[in-house]
Design a binder for this molecule. Structure first.
Ligand code: VG1
Ligand code: CO
Length: 544
């Protein structure tokens, strides 16, 4: 087959956000749009010749088309081998694992994560580098610059190939290896957790369910829970990946996984349940009668790694993104491991993980993970909880949480999202708070005194790289915090995220309704940033 050189003109919007390039499907369907981006990656990131590339996606609408484009371009690029998930499916953490396992030079994950799919939904592409982490900002900036100057791309003139058969085929000079990544992924999980203990727990009458939200984790969950841990098929919900995610919003939280939440939290029908997002990197943890806030889940896992074979010797350190609750810091302080605070987005954890400085990390946005891969990992978190429950016979999720809060205090936490705002309104709200930051320290609001207020900036302790403008924070000592930042994953309008956190330590304060604790803080936040006045919204679009 012949290499075709196709001339093209640049698009000016191919700067990646918090996690890859994410746009409406119809943007990706424009002629040359995806091709320009892929070519910009190839042009910017040398070393692909004679190397391996990993490719897969969350199965959403346009996944198959995009993968065939990628393969034809990879073949023209002279890449020796491409490893593709069967049927084009790879969860984000499974892709990270494959990149590491095969020492691939990089990988593409086609996903818009928890955003809805279908012709009117979203699509996305994330590029990962050797080691399995998402491209750092220095690289994505270079890709962006290249995308604004590109004049042509190359592809091999070949018909689409069948992605349904495991095995090897040739595409020009390139080998295409189609793999069933569920085996590799489950093997990795067996090295991290005590499967015998979890098997006994699941066999003891423990009632459990996992909701894949019609997205990519279904086949992985079946391999783990049914085939390897002996649970009945009925523990799986919505476990067949669909290109439109069943018309839903594959975001595991109390609003979008409402049915499961109702069953477990309200009706208290199960001991434990969990859900994952579109590309399998997020998790929601529910116990009979309660929702475990992601920041709490991270803290509990970090406090209890010694029961998990992958971290039997404890951890050197842990990290959280800046807006994530400081529940983790309380554990680090008492147990004596390093705690790091990074900007939002998993790529900021990767240097710390590579250097062995941290072993566990997480974000408030339902992301938790460890050094086993370089992405957050939904099923890893679910197995971590099952391992923990198995190590404490007779204790419920609620018992474990109460025990944790009694020791470390409880960081009540909420995130308020204001979606679909006008860009200038979102900016005006940020400005309203930004302008006051320097005058805030020392000021008193109700019982709280501001001890610090700033715009978060980060210097990576490993390579010295800097990230500025990572969100505004108003800190009231160790007691409370207000954080405000603009989302970097939306595809229309602007989204503001307001994060509220309040620590309560007295025994009687450990089981209050979250909203009751945080409402005064929300009022203070609104006084400071005048969000309601500026945007005309009297409530958030979503509270998680
Ligand atoms: C959001 C979350 C962030 C997460 C990112 C990607 O980003 O807040 O914590 O890392 O999504 O997650 P933002 O910029 O919209 O707040 V995923 O599951 O989309 O790969
Ligand atoms: Co995701």
């Amino acid at each position: 087959a012949a290499v075709q050189t196709i001339s093209s003109t640049p698009f000016d919007d191919q700067q990646v956000g918090t996690a890859g390039l994410r746009k409406q499907v119809r943007v990706f369907q424009q002629p040359h749009y995806l091709e320009n981006f892929i070519q910009s990656v190839f042009d910017t990131h040398p070393g692909f010749e004679d190397s391996t590339l990993v490719v897969g996606g969350d199965g959403r609408y346009h996944n198959d088309v995009a993968i065939q484009t990628l393969l034809a371009m990879a073949a023209a690029r002279g890449i020796a081998r491409v490893i593709v998930g069967k049927n084009g499916l790879l969860s984000t953490p499974a892709a990270s694992h494959l990149i590491r396992k095969h020492d691939a030079h990089g990988g593409f994950v086609l996903s818009a994560s928890h955003n809805p799919a279908g012709p009117d939904g979203d699509f996305g592409i994330k590029f990962s580098v050797r080691g399995g982490g998402q491209a750092p900002s220095t690289l994505t900036d270079a890709i962006y610059a290249r995308s604004r100057a590109i004049t042509a791309y190359q592809r091999l003139d070949v018909p689409p190939i069948d992605l349904g058969q495991v095995g090897e085929t040739r595409l020009g000079g390139m080998t295409v290896q189609i793999v069933d990544s569920t085996q590799d992924y489950a093997d990795l999980m067996e090295t991290q957790f005590d499967f015998d203990a979890i098997r006994s727990l699941l066999d003891s009458g423990f009632q459990f369910a996992f909701d894949a939200m019609h997205a990519v984790t279904g086949p992985y969950a079946r391999e783990l829970f049914v085939h390897r841990l002996g649970a009945p098929e009925s523990v799986l919900r919505n476990a067949v990946p669909q290109s439109d995610f069943g018309g839903g919003h594959p975001d595991p939280n109390l609003v979008y996984a409402a049915e499961l939440a109702d069953e477990v939290v309200t009706r208290q029908a199960l001991d434990f349940a969990a859900a994952s997002d579109g590309d399998g990197d997020r998790n929601m943890i529910l116990g009979r009668g309660l929702f475990v806030s992601p920041g709490d889940s991270l803290a509990v896992i970090a406090a209890n790694t010694r029961c998990m074979p992958g971290h039997r010797d404890g951890i050197a350190g842990a990290a959280r993104s800046m807006p994530t609750s400081r529940a983790l810091d309380a554990v680090a302080a008492r147990q004596g491991f390093e705690a790091h605070e990074t900007p939002t987005g998993w790529k900021f954890f990767c240097n710390l993980l590579d250097a062995g400085r941290i072993h566990v990390c997480g974000e408030e946005s339902f992301g938790t993970g460890s050094d086993h891969v370089r992405e957050k990992d939904g099923l890893w978190a679910v197995l971590a909880w099952l391992n923990l429950l198995a190590s404490r016979p007779g204790q419920s999720v609620a018992d474990i949480m109460l025990d944790h809060w009694s020791t470390y205090g409880r960081h009540y936490y909420e995130r308020h999202d204001y979606e679909g705002l006008k860009a200038e309104d979102a900016e005006a709200v940020m400005d309203a708070l930004r302008q006051q930051l320097s005058q805030l320290p020392g000021q008193q609001f109700d019982a709280l005194t501001v001890t610090a207020a700033d715009e978060f900036a980060y210097v990576d302790p490993i390579d010295g790289s800097q990230a500025k403008g990572q969100g505004l924070r108003v800190i009231f000592g160790d007691t409370a915090r207000i954080v405000l930042r603009k989302s970097g994953t939306g595809t229309s309008g602007a989204t503001l995220r307001l994060y509220l956190e309040w620590l309560r330590e007295d025994q009687w304060e450990l089981r209050l309704p979250t909203q009751e604790v945080l409402t005064p803080l929300a009022l203070i936040a609104d006084r400071l940033c005048r969000l309601k006045v500026i945007t005309g919204r009297d409530q958030p679009s979503l509270v998680t």
